[in-house]
Design a binder for this molecule. Structure first.
Ligand code: HEC
Length: 272
C-alpha cells in the first residue's frame, strides 16, 4: 500500500502533469487543458517518426492531437489570425493562411499539438549552447502533417498558448513613406525576427530586446557591425545565456539582410 501511495505522490508531484495549454477565442473566452487531460483526450493519436524543427534530423514518436479538435470555436471568424506564445518569450501572429490551415478539418496541411508525457519525457533540445543544454522542448510543441509540397515553417516548441487576435501587430511596425526595399525589409523582419524582437515596443515577441526603442542597433552598432551581429552574434557580444542564433546565407541571403538593415534605418527615423 505504502509503495502505491509513494508512486502516486511521485507521479502527481511531477510538475509536467500540472502544465497546461490554453486557447483563447475571438471573444476572449479561455479554454485550458492540463497535460493529464490532453493525454486522456479521445482524439489523442500516436505518431511515429515525425520530423520537427525542435529535433532536426532526429524523428521522434509523439502523442498528439490535431489542433482543429481543440480550437474550432464557432465564434472565431475565418479571417481571424492565431497567435502562439512559448515559455521563452517566443511569440508570433500566424498569417491568415497558416491560421486557416491550423483550424481546418479539411484535407491539406494539418497542425498537431504534441504533448510531452511525463512518463516518457522528450530528449533535450539538440545541441549545446555555450556549454549548456538548450533545455526542454516541452510541455507542448506543434508540428504539421499532410504538408504536400508546402513547407510549414511554424513549428514552435515549448508552446503553451494559442489565441485568436483581431489585428496583426505586423501592421503596427510597417514603415510609412518607405522605399520598396524598406517595405521588403519589413516583411522579412516580420518573418525572421519579430517572434523575438519588438519595434517601438510593438509586437508580441519578448525573448530579445526592442530593436528601435529607445535606440536602434543601427545607431549604436553601425551598419557593418550590425550585419556581423546578425550573421554571428558572438563576434560582437557574448551573452552568457545567448539565445539568438546567427543567420547564415542560406537562411538569410546578403540582399535579404541588406533590406532588413534598410528597414531598421528607416524605423530609426520613426520612433515615438
Ligand atoms: C529566437 C529568437 C530570436 C530571433 C529569431 C532573432 N533574435 Fe535577435 N536577439 C535575440 C535575443 C534573445 C537577443 C539578446 C542576446 C541573446 O540572448 O542572444 C538578441 C539580440 C539581438 C541584437 C543585439 C541587440 C543589443 O542591443 O545587443 C540584435 C541587433 C538583434 N538581436 C537583431 C536581430 C535581427 C535583425 C533578427 C532577424 C534577422 C533577429 N535578431 C532574430 C533573439 C532572437
Amino acid at each position: 500500500m505504502k509503495v502505491v501511495v509513494f508512486i502516486l505522490i511521485g507521479l502527481f508531484a511531477n510538475p509536467l502533469w500540472a502544465k497546461s495549454f490554453t486557447y483563447t477565442d475571438a471573444h476572449g473566452v479561455k479554454n485550458t487543458w492540463s497535460v493529464k487531460k490532453l493525454l486522456m483526450h479521445k482524439q489523442l493519436v500516436n505518431i511515429k517518426n515525425q520530423n520537427t524543427e525542435a529535433f532536426p534530423g532526429a524523428p521522434q514518436s509523439f502523442k498528439a492531437i490535431a489542433l482543429h479538435h481543440l480550437i474550432n470555436s464557432k465564434s472565431d471568424g475565418k479571417a481571424d489570425q492565431l497567435k502562439f506564445s512559448c515559455t521563452d518569450g517566443y511569440s508570433k501572429v500566424l498569417s491568415k493562411k497558416v491560421s486557416t490551415f491550423m483550424r481546418s478539418k479539411l484535407s491539406g496541411p494539418t497542425a498537431f499539438l504534441a504533448i510531452e508525457d511525463p512518463k516518457n519525457p522528450w530528449p533535450d533540445l539538440a545541441g549545446f549552447h555555450k556549454g549548456k543544454h538548450r533545455g526542454s522542448a516541452g510541455p507542448f510543441l506543434i508540428f504539421w502533417r499532410n504538408e504536400g509540397t508546402r513547407k510549414m515553417k511554424d513549428q514552435p516548441w515549448s508552446v503553451v498558448s494559442l489565441q485568436t487576435v483581431k489585428s496583426d501587430p505586423a501592421e503596427a511596425i510597417k514603415p510609412t513613406n518607405a522605399s520598396l526595399i524598406a517595405t521588403k525589409g519589413h516583411k522579412l523582419f516580420v518573418k525572421t525576427c519579430f517572434a523575438c524582437h519588438t519595434i517601438n515596443l510593438k509586437g508580441e515577441g519578448s525573448m530579445g530586446p526592442d530593436l528601435n526603442y529607445p535606440e536602434s542597433p543601427i545607431e549604436y552598432f553601425g551598419k557593418a557591425r550590425l550585419k556581423r551581429y546578425i550573421r554571428n552574434p558572438d563576434s560582437v557580444r557574448i551573452y552568457k545565456s545567448g539565445r539568438m542564433k546567427g543567420f547564415n546565407k542560406e537562411s538569410l541571403s546578403d540582399s535579404e539582410l541588406e533590406s532588413i538593415i534598410i528597414y531598421l534605418q528607416h524605423m530609426a527615423k520613426n520612433r515615438p
